[in-house]
Design a protein around this ligand. Sequence first.
Ligand code: CAA
Length: 380
Amino acid sequence: MNLHFTPEQEMLRKLVREFAEKEIAPQVPRMEAEDAFPAAILKKMGELGLMGIPIPEAWGGAGMDFTSYILAIEEISKVSPAVGVILSVHTSVATYPILTFGTAEQKKRYVPKLATGEWLGAFALTEPHAGSDAASIRTTAVKKGDRYILNGTKVFITSGGHADVYITFAVTDPTKGAKGITAFIVEKDTPGFVVGKKEKKMGLHGSSTTALIFEDAEVPAENRLGEEGEGFTIAMANLDGGRIGIAAQALGIAEGAFAHALAYAKERKQFGKPIAEQQAIQFKLADMATRIEAARLLVYRAAALRDRGLPCGKEASMAKCFASDTAMWVATEAVQIFGGYGYTKEYPVERYFRDAKITQIYEGTNQIQRLVIARRLLKA
Ligand code: CAA
């Protein structure tokens, strides 16, 4: 395995790091305090080509590889995991499904707008009673002439209310379970489609999370993505890539929390010397750095497999599971190193602590990741 990045990958990483520090970091306090959606940041990211990093140039993207995209999510998430998740969902599970399963017409209509950031994408699978058991969704789609009529409710939809396009999953044949689910491209102005309640979340302030309500929503038949019954496969296949994105987000959170903890440990004096000179703190820092390095290798390896077009579902789940557990653990240790100050909003580690938690839950809980890993092991 080549552990070196190409000059192009390094250049993108530098560009994104500088962008995150200069353009995103100053906005984080407002996003935190007001739960303000970072529309202006996303616009600038679109101008820089960051909203379509791995999308071919012919479709309006930057034409870079998947690893470059993963490096960008990692860098952004060091500063703002909220912006990181918006980018990950937009690219991995909103743009990619259209690029890989869309008709020529669908690709022409949607991919360039998404890849340039003119439009924002979302992914609507989860329902109030169907989280981990995604195949048990109840939103229905019934074909009537040249339209499908959708009825049902989605919850926890990232970028709800701000996205222009929602990749939506609904049941077209209730007798077939997972094989009776179909995917649709739903535009925000679709009649009968409304954005529901916005969640007040523990963390990821600035990233909007809402319900979506479909009440006799009329979706043109040409907006069906893939064949009838192919929806669950479309969801799962794209979640493989999506989970590498979330793993990179978690890695960024761990790295961000660690950088603050390391700097503070060198500065904070107790018993007449910096706490970094106490072995108790040194051992914490050593363990934090080691786990981050292990997470980094898993994330980059999963991305490298994806770049080579090789199966990466197991590796994506391993990376997502390990990196998110690492993010939570490192953020917890970072709060501990800051002591009482770490428990206040004066310092950023409490934010990383809150932001880390969701990475163990969304895009499949870490229990579901273990299930996916075990199934692959047993199948092999
Ligand atoms: N790639 C392609 N197709 C796949 C696949 C994959 N990785 N995994 C499954 N499939 C297809 C197969 O065709 C399979 O059929 P076969 O039996 O013929 O192979 C079919 O789907 C059904 O698969 P399963 O039998 O494995 O289905 P299951 O009901 O046992 O569920 C599961 C599997 C892994 C538990 C799945 O339900 C799951 O991933 N649950 C978690 C849900 C999730 O990740 N939600 C994320 C929401 S999005 C989000 O969080 C975004 C955000 O905001 C950050």
